[in-house]
Design a protein around this ligand. Structure first.
Ligand code: HEM
Length: 207
């Protein structure tokens, strides 16, 4: 029988490409506003954060609702988070800073919001590199799972980067932060429950 969810992955890829296509259309049509580079930069930053949160929501959805399908698209969403972060960085490097590496280094070392954004991108690199089945086999599931918890670190850094950048109205970054906090709380609650169940089972076999 054909895989009943064979349409899921292509649908998620198509949906994930939509914001990039839309931004491309706006760029070509000259409808990015008075400061197209800033608009492109900000939109790609937001898209990155949405992909990060979406990829981090997959496991909590399985825990809370028993759905298995989010796990099948978690890797794709995580890779989209990485590639949009890279696109965001490249727009900053090439269009905003016009490849002036000295200015980029000064920004990364002296402007806290850029430092934090850069750190988020750096954290995403090992996750993207180890996203293959082969890397999972090489690292073993335990080490792989530990490493991939760094996705939460990237999410927190992304939110802090956004929070410092907005200066006045911090509602939007705080909403992303609250969602991340909830997702983390679900994971933590699940881990604690598993520990308690394991301990109880051990006690039963000993008595
Ligand atoms: C996971 C990585 C990252 C995430 C989630 C992220 C997210 C964001 C968000 C949400 C915004 C603001 C959008 C808005 O105000 O509407 C933004 C703006 C910006 N980000 Fe990032 N970012 C990341 C990495 C980086 C990196 C690596 C750099 C450069 C080294 C960078 C530089 C900037 C700049 C220059 C702006 C625009 C600031 C302005 O217009 O004043 N970001 N980013």
């Amino acid at each position: 029988m054909a895989n009943p969810r064979s349409w899921l992955e292509p649908a998620v890829v198509a949906g994930s490409l939509a914001p990039f296509v839309l931004l491309g259309v706006r760029a070509l049509g000259g409808t990015l506003g008075a400061d197209p580079v800033a608009e492109l930069l900000n939109q790609l930053g937001l898209v990155t954060l949405v992909f990060l949160v979406a990829s981090l929501a997959c496991t909590p959805l399985k825990i809370l609702l028993g759905w298995k399908w989010p796990i099948a698209v978690r890797r794709t969403l995580g890779l989209f988070a990485f590639f949009s972060a890279l696109a965001h960085f490249l727009v900053y490097l090439v269009l905003d800073r016009e490849l002036a590496l000295g200015a980029v280094v000064a920004d990364v070392t002296e402007r806290p919001f850029v430092t934090v954004g850069f750190a988020a991108l750096v954290v995403l690199v090992p996750l993207a590199v180890t996203s293959t089945k082969r890397a999972l086999q090489r690292l073993g599931p335990r080490r792989w799972r530990w490493l991939h918890r760094l996705a939460y670190v990237a999410g927190v850094l992304g939110v802090v980067h956004f929070f410092i950048r907005v200066k006045k109205d911090t509602t939007e970054p705080l909403v992303y932060g609250a969602v991340l906090g909830l997702l983390f709380a679900v994971r933590l609650g699940d881990a604690v429950q598993k520990q308690l169940r394991q301990r109880a089972a051990r006690r039963r076999t000993l008595s």
